[in-house]
Write a protein that binds this ligand. Structure first.
Ligand code: NAG
Ligand code: NAG
Ligand code: NAG
Ligand code: NAG
Ligand code: NAG
Ligand code: NAG
Ligand code: NAG
Ligand code: NAG
Ligand code: NAG
Length: 698
C-alpha cells in the first residue's frame, strides 16, 4: 500500500523522518470508484491483538485522535490522505528503537469489506551516529575517472547531517553531496580521477551535525593501480666508453602498482633480452646504438627514454677509394677518399704518397683538379680520431697520358750515299700506356704505319721528302707532328745566278750575285766565272760588287759543288751596248747602221728588238739595224737582246740627222755615242747623260 524504506537508523537526540507515499493503486483510481482512507495510525512496535483483531502498541499518531503523551510535541505527521504518509519524530530516545508501523484501513465503494494493511519500518536508534558506509571499487586505475559514495541510512530535515570527504586534497576532486529524497538516505558522492599519488591515501568520510561537531567517520585506503613510474635505462660505467670495457645496462622504475612484473631491453628497436639487467663487453660496431627498456606491470607497459651508447674505438678498416674514373688520365680531376670505421668519426687524415707525407692535406678527400703524370704513385691515408689512428693499404694511382716529346731523327751517322739504308727514329719521351702505333707521313700524306718507332728504307731519289711521324697509344692520344727531312744524296742541281737588285743597275751601286741550287748535302764551295774566265779568289755563295763599274760588265756564271759533284749555272749577262755604226755626222741620205752589241751571251742571243722613242720599232735576228738617214729617223733608239734564258736592254742613243744643205757651215755638238750598262727592266728609263740638242744653222 505504501512505499517506505525497509530500515532506518537514528540516534539519541536526532530526529527520525520516515518518508512514506501511498502506492498509486491505493488511492489514485478513477473517481467513481475512489477508495477512502478510513483509518490511519503510526505505531511504535505494533502488536496484533487477535481478540480485538486490531493492532495495539504505542500510538505515535492517529488520524483524528489523540497521541501518546510520551511523543506529544515530538511527532509530526507530514502527510495527508491523498499522497503522502510521512512521519517525523524528533528528539529520539534510546528505547524508541524498534519497528514503526503504519496501519491503514481503506473502504472501497465497490467492495463490501474494508481493506487493511500494516507497513513496517525497522528503526535502530543508536546511542551515537554510526559510521557512514563507503561504497568504493576495490581498486582504482590512474587516469580513469572514479566515484566513491559515502552513505548513511539517515535523513531528517529537522536534524540535518553533513557527510564530508577528507583525505583527497590534491588535484580537483569533484564533491557532490546528495541528500534526502524518498529514500531516507544521505549520501555524498566523490568523483575524481585518481593519480599515482592517491595510492595508499586514507580517504575518509566524516559525519557531522550542523553544529560542526564531528560524530563519526569511515575510511578507505585507496588502492590505485598505476604504471611503472620514471622508467630509466641506466648504463654503467658510462654511455660513452672505449671498446673493451664491460658495460652494464639496467632498467629501473621508481615505483609501480602493482610492482613491475617484466623488464625488456631493446637496442635499435629490437628486443635484446627480457630481464632487468644485461652485462657485456663493449664492442664498437656491435654495441653502438640507441637503447631503451620497457617495464611492465599487469596493467601498463612503460618505455624508458632512448639512450645512445657510443662505443669508441680508433679508426679501423681504413682504405683509400678512388672516387673518380678508374682510368686516370692526365689533366682530369681525381679524388681519393679515405674511408674507415671509427667512433667517434675520424677528424683528421694524413695522406702519404710513396711513403712521404702529402703536406697540407688533412681532409677526408685528396683532390687533384688536374692531375699531372708526375703525381702518380702509391697513396695511402691515415685517419685519426681521439682514440687513435690506423693506416690504410696503399693504392696505385697510375696516370695515363698520350705520347710526349715525340721527336723524329735521322739516325744515319755518316754521309748517305745512294742505296744506303736510311733509318728514321720516331722517339717518344714517355707514354702511358705505351705507344701502340706509329704513323709516318711523307710530304704531309700518310705513308706508312708501324708498330716500331723505326722506319728504314734505301736512299733513293723517290724517297726524298719531308717526313713526320705520329705516335699513338690506347688513349687515342696523338703526338704532335714532328718534321724531319730526308733527301737522297745528289750533286747540285738547278744552279742559277740570282741578281740583286733585279732591276737597272746604276754605276756605283752595290750589286750582289747569288748562286743557288738544290744539293744534298748542300753545296760546300762555289766557283765563279766572268765571260767564261774563272774568277780567282771567289768561292762564296755570293759575289759582291760594292760599287759597280761599267768595266765589270760581263757574263757571269757560277758552279756550286758538294761532295757528290758540281754543276754550272747558265750565264747571266750584265751588260748590253748599242753602238752607232755610222758616220759621225749623219747627213740626210747617209746609211746609218746601229749595232746592238752584246758583251757575252750563253746561250747566244736569238732575237733583237729595237725601240724608237720608246716604241717598239723592229725585231731582227742580227744585231744590226740599217736605215738611210731621213729627217723622220731622228729619235732616241734602244735595243733589247734576248736569249733562251733572259734579256738585256740597252740605254737610248740619239740619232740626229743633220741638215744636208748647210753641210759646210754647220756646227754640231754630238751626243756621246757610247754607253754601257746592264739592265733588266725596260719600263725604267734612266739616262746617264743629257742629250744635247742639235741645231741647224742657216
Ligand atoms: C476526523 O475529524 C474531522 C473533523 O475534525 C471529521 O470531519 C472527519 O470525519 C473525521 N474523520 C474520521 C475518519 O474520523
Ligand atoms: C521510555 O522510557 C521512558 C522513561 O525513561 C518512559 O517514560 C517511556 O514510557 C518509555 N517509552 C516506551 C515506548 O517504552
Ligand atoms: C556541511 O559541511 C560543510 C563543511 O563543513 C559546510 O560547508 C556545509 O554547509 C555543510 N552542509 C550542511 C547541509 O550542513
Ligand atoms: C545518493 O543520493 C542521490 C540523491 O538522493 C541518489 O540519486 C543516489 O542513488 C544515491 N546513491 C546511493 C549509492 O545511494
Ligand atoms: C591511514 O591511516 C592509518 C591508520 O590511521 C595510518 O596508519 C596511515 O599512516 C594513514 N595513511 C596515510 C597515508 O595517511
Ligand atoms: C661519461 O663520459 C662523459 C664524456 O666522456 C664524461 O663527461 C662523464 O664524466 C663520464 N661519466 C662518468 C660517470 O664517468
Ligand atoms: C692532424 O694530424 C696531424 C698529424 O698527426 C697533426 O699534426 C695535427 O695537429 C692534427 N690536426 C688535428 C686538427 O687534429
Ligand atoms: C731512337 O731515339 C732515342 C732517343 O734519342 C734513342 O734512345 C734510341 O736509342 C733511338 N733508337 C734507335 C733504334 O736508334
Ligand atoms: C758591232 O760592234 C762590235 C763591237 O764594237 C764589233 O765587234 C762588230 O764587228 C760590229 N758589227 C758590225 C756588223 O759592225
Amino acid at each position: 500500500s505504501t512505499e517506505v524504506p525497509r530500515s532506518l537508523i537514528a540516534w539519541r537526540g536526532a530526529c527520525l523522518s520516515i518518508p512514506c507515499r501511498y502506492k498509486p493503486c491505493l488511492l489514485f483510481t478513477r473517481s467513481s470508484s475512489k477508495p477512502t482512507i478510513e483509518y490511519l495510525a503510526w505505531y511504535l512496535n505494533p502488536v496484533f491483538d487477535p481478540e480485538k483483531k486490531e493492532f495495539t502498541g504505542t500510538v505515535l499518531y492517529k488520524h483524528n485522535a489523540s497521541i501518546d503523551p510520551a511523543f506529544h510535541g515530538r511527532v509530526r505527521f507530514l502527510g495527508d490522505l491523498q499522497r503522502d504518509c510521512s512521519l517525523q519524530v524528533s528528539d529520539l530516545q534510546a528505547n524508541e528503537t524498534g519497528k514503526y508501523g503504519l496501519r491503514l484501513i481503506v473502504s472501497h465503494p465497490r467492495k463490501k469489506q474494508k481493506i487493511k494493511w500494516l507497513s513496517e519500518i525497522s528503526v535502530n536508534v543508536m546511542d551515537s551516529p554510526p559510521a557512514p558506509q563507503i561504497q568504493a571499487p576495490n581498486d582504482f586505475r590512474e587516469s580513469i575517472p572514479a566515484r566513491v559514495v559515502c552513505l548513511i541510512g539517515y535523513h531528517c530535515p529537522d536534524y540535518p547531517i553533513n557527510l564530508t570527504w577528507v583525505g583527497l586534497d590534491h588535484g580537483t576532486p569533484e564533491y557532490a553531496t546528495r541528500s534526502a529524497d524518498g529514500s531516507g538516505l544521505t549520501n555524498n558522492t566523490l568523483s575524481f580521477t585518481p593519480t599515482w599519488q592517491d595510492h595508499g591515501a586514507n580517504l575518509t568520510c566524516q559525519l557531522s551535525t550542523l553544529d560542526g561537531i564531528q560524530h563519526s567517520e569511515s575510511t578507505v585506503v585507496l588502492d590505485v593501480k598505476f604504471a611503472p613510474r620514471n622508467v630509466l635505462l641506466n648504463v654503467t660505467p658510462n654511455q660513452t666508453i672505449e671498446e673493451g670495457v664491460r658495460l652494464m645496462l639496467s632498467c629501473m622504475s621508481q615505483d609501480s602498482n602493482p610492482p613491475v612484473s617484466k623488464y625488456q631491453l631493446y637496442k635499435d628497436g629490437q628486443l635484446l633480452q627480457e630481464g632487468q639487467t644485461l652485462e657485456f663487453e663493449a664492442k664498437g660496431d656491435e654495441h653502438t646504438g640507441s637503447y631503451h627498456c620497457e617495464a611492465s606491470n599487469e596493467i601498463y607497459t612503460v618505455s624508458s627514454p632512448k639512450l645512445r651508447i657510443d662505443i669508441q674505438y680508433a679508426p679501423k678498416d681504413a682504405r683509400v677509394e678512388l672516387m673518380t674514373d678508374s682510368q686516370i688520365e692526365e689533366g682530369t680531376t681525381v679524388v681519393l677518399r679515405c674511408s674507415c670505421k671509427a667512433q667517434p668519426s675520424a677528424s683528421n687524415y694524413t695522406w702519404y704518397r710513396n711513403r712521404q707525407r702529402v703536406l697540407a692535406q688533412t681532409q677526408e678527400e685528396l683532390r687533384f683538379d688536374e692531375i699531372r703524370p708526375d703525381q702518380f704513385g702509391s697513396y695511402y691515408c691515415e685517419p685519426q680520431n681521439s682514440i687513435g689512428e690506423s693506416k690504410s693499404p696503399a693504392i696505385m694511382v697510375d696516370i695515363q697520358y698520350g705520347p710526349k716529346d715525340v721527336r723524329l731523327t735521322l739516325e744515319n751517322p755518316q754521309r748517305i750515299l745512294e742505296g744506303d739504308l736510311v733509318t728514321l727514329n720516331c722517339s717518344v719521351g714517355s707514354s702511358n700506356p705505351p705507344v701502340t702505333k706509329y704513323t709516318w707521313y711523307k710530304d704531309d700524306t700518310q705513308y706508312k704505319e708501324t708498330l716500331e718507332n723505326i722506319l728504314t728504307f734505301p736512299a733513293t731519289e723517290e724517297q726524298s721528302g719531308d717526313y713526320s711521324c705520329e705516335a699513338e697509344n690506347d688513349l687515342c692520344s696523338f703526338a704532335p707532328f714532328n718534321l724531319g727531312s730526308f733527301y737522297s744524296p745528289d750533286a747540285p742541281k738547278d744552279a742559277h745566278v740570282e741578281l740583286v737588285p733585279d732591276s737597272w743597275i746604276e754605276e756605283g751601286t752595290t750589286v750582289v750575285l747569288r748562286c743557288s741550287c738544290r744539293a744534298q748535302p748542300s753545296a760546300s764551295s762555289y766557283t765563279w766565272y766572268r765571260n767564261g774566265q774563272r774568277m780567282q779568289a771567289q768561292t762564296q755563295e755570293e759575289l759582291r760588287f760594292n760599287e759597280i763599274h761599267p768595266d765589270q760588265s760581263g757574263s757571269y756564271q757560277c758552279e756550286p759543288q758538294n761532295s757528290i759533284g758540281e754543276s754550272e749555272s747558265p750565264a747571266v749577262m750584265i751588260d748590253v751596248q748599242i753602238i752607232l755604226n755610222a758616220p759621225q755626222r749623219i747627213l740626210e741620205g747617209d746609211l746609218v747602221m746601229l749595232n746592238c752589241s752584246v758583251g757575252n751571251s750563253n746561250p747566244p742571243v736569238t732575237k733583237y728588238t729595237w725601240y724608237k722613242d720608246d716604241r717598239q720599232y723592229k725585231e731582227t735576228r742580227e744585231n744590226t739595224l740599217t736605215f738611210p738617214a731621213t729627217d723622220e729617223q731622228t729619235g732616241d733608239y734602244s735595243c733589247r737582246a734576248e736569249n733562251m734564258v733572259s734579256f738585256r736592254q740597252s740605254l737610248s742613243l740619239s740619232v740626229n740627222v743633220l741638215c744636208k744643205y748647210y753641210r759646210r757651215n754647220h756646227f754640231v755638238l754630238l751626243p756621246q755615242n757610247f754607253y754601257s750598262i746592264g739592265a733588266f727592266q725596260r719600263e725604267t728609263k734612266i739616262r746617264f747623260s743629257p742629250i744635247r740638242k742639235m741645231i741647224c744653222l742657216s
